[in-house]
Design a protein around this ligand. Structure first.
Ligand SMILES: [Zn+2]
Length: 499
């Protein structure tokens, strides 16, 4: 690719809180130098004007689900458990083409909204396939985005995973949910092993990982096998841990300890491990995660949308947990806007209590959405910052947009004002993917037509699953909150939140 120089923009340094004018010299996919305006460039370098632009490192979405994009807006008052009960309806009967389309749709939304990399916990019902994963991975590659694609797997169905739920169902429904049983663990693990073995793409752009979906949806043997796979192929592990109070209470009932303590006993925590959500972590859980150098992907929008609670990010940072920020899937978010996620991360910390010194700063939120996410994705010190040696993943915001008038403080405005509408251009790995609001990599008309056709077919073919969900909703919707209606003591530093 050779050399490119971005001239005349204001280069954001989040940690320093500055946005000085400068030129960024890029060689292939990497930033080589950041110099003063008018810096020399090698002969033949491509010059790109960034005048009137704020350049910030591409945002990193630390937790999403590519399969969720075809399901955006399908529900309203869903708890996490109702969402899980709706899964066969909103994710069922997807063809390989649907998997590609759903993932690509999310990737397109993300890059148009300033996000250049994501951790995608990709879901295929009933079983992940090498082909389905390759399609999801290809969708990111075709958009030109970076991603970690982690197949979400388990060996227990939702109805087997929640104590007493199956027994609470009337007999006809027991039969219906019996059809939702998952394939044997060996079949699932063999599929993942072959996908990891034959990974078709450049791992610097799209790499695989493994996502045992929710600890108590997996037998201990299954979690250990997932960890072994991650070790064998040197990839990450990502799991939804202590997302809802139902999960937290279930963990105590099943293991006699918290979910995190259980994972620690199994020996699967480490720097490669990402906890999604962690709303119900206690102090000891956070200490364990911090001591292991693990990450938490904080999803404030999803946590509020599903009524899961408000995670304590200050306590996480104090325990040296690496903090990333995610949108979560569009089936519970319902967008893929990392500016919004960053803003909500800041706001959620501020509604936890009046002790303002414990609130996240905009700097902390912006670092979590860039460097923190990069570390969770396995790109520590190579992504998430505009500095020599880092990937040239650069978002250019239009400083003439009302979001930036006047220009008071770059980090405060990035986190609290920007909503994605000032995104002008996006470069990923030195390649322009969005140029002056135009997506260069994907034919949007074709994507629209594909999504419309998939939508029409999926609505028809999943009608029975929708009816099943509607029958299950009142039962799951009363049983699970009942299970959670017990005191669960979460040690918190700040204000007590009464659950
Ligand atoms: Zn998730």
């Amino acid at each position: 690719m050779g050399h490119t120089i971005l001239r005349g923009g204001r280069v954001l340094d989040i940690a320093a809180g500055t946005a000085d004018y400068g030129d960024i010299l890029i060689e292939d996919d990497t930033i080589r130098e950041i110099g003063p305006p008018g810096s020399a460039a090698p002969d033949g370098a491509t010059e790109i004007s960034a005048a009137g632009r704020l350049l910030h490192p591409g945002l990193v979405n630390a937790h999403t689900h590519g399969n969720g994009n075809l399901a955006k807006g399908m529900g309203d008052r869903w708890t996490l458990e109702l969402l899980l009960a709706a899964a066969p309806w909103i994710n069922g009967n997807r063809s390989t083409e649907d998997k590609y389309l759903s993932t690509q749709l999310g990737a397109v939304e993300m890059v148009l909204k300033g996000c250049t990399a994501c951790y995608d916990l990709s879901f295929e019902w009933p079983l992940p396939t090498a082909e389905g994963l390759a399609q999801a991975a290809q969708a990111y590659a075709d958009v030109g985005m970076r991603a970690v694609v982690a197949p979400m797997i388990a060996d227990r169905s939702f109805y087997e995973a929640i104590p007493g739920l199956h027994d609470a169902l009337p007999p006809p429904l027991k039969e219906s949910v019996a059809n939702l049983r998952l394939p044997p663990a060996d079949t699932t693990l063999a599929a993942i092993r072959s996908a990891l073995h034959d990974w078709p793409l450049d791992r610097e752009q799209v790499r695989p990982a493994v996502a045992p979906t929710i600890p108590h949806h997996c037998s201990d043997a299954f979690i250990l096998d997932c960890a072994q796979l991650a070790r064998d192929f040197d990839v990450g592990l990502h799991s939804h841990v202590a997302e809802s109070k139902v999960q937290a209470v279930t963990g105590i009932r099943l293991y006699g300890c918290t979910l995190t303590a259980h994972l620690d006993r199994l020996g699967v925590l480490g720097p490669h491990f990402t906890v999604a959500h962690g709303v119900w972590l206690d102090n000891e859980d956070m200490e364990r995660l911090g001591d292991h150098g693990a990450s938490v992907a904080h999803n404030p929008g999803s946590n509020m949308r599903l009524g899961s609670g408000l995670a304590d990010t200050r306590a996480m940072l104090e325990r040296r947990i690496n903090l990333g920020i995610g949108t979560d899937g569009a089936n519970c978010a319902d967008n893929q806007n990392m500016y919004e996620a960053m803003r909500l991360a800041s706001f959620v910390s501020k509604v936890r209590g009046p002790d303002w010194q414990r609130w996240l700063t905009t700097r902390e939120a912006a670092l979590a959405a860039t460097e923190g996410g990069a570390r969770a994705l396995g790109f520590r010190d190579r992504m998430g910052r505009l500095a020599p040696g880092y990937k040239a993943d650069i978002v250019m915001l239009d400083l003439d947009h009302p979001n930036w008038l006047p220009f008071n403080d770059p980090v405060n405005q990035l986190v609290h004002t920007e909503d994605g509408t000032a995104v002008a251009s996006v470069m990923i790995g030195g390649r322009l993917v969005v140029d002056n609001r135009r997506l260069l990599t994907v034919d949007l008309d074709r994507l629209r037509a594909g999504v419309a056709a998939a939508h029409e077919r999926l609505v028809a073919v999943n009608a029975d699953s929708q009816r099943l969900y509607e029958t299950l909703e009142p039962i799951v919707g009363s049983y699970c909150p009942g299970l959670a209606r017990v005191p669960y003591h979460v040690h918190r530093y700040g204000a007590q939140i009464d659950w």
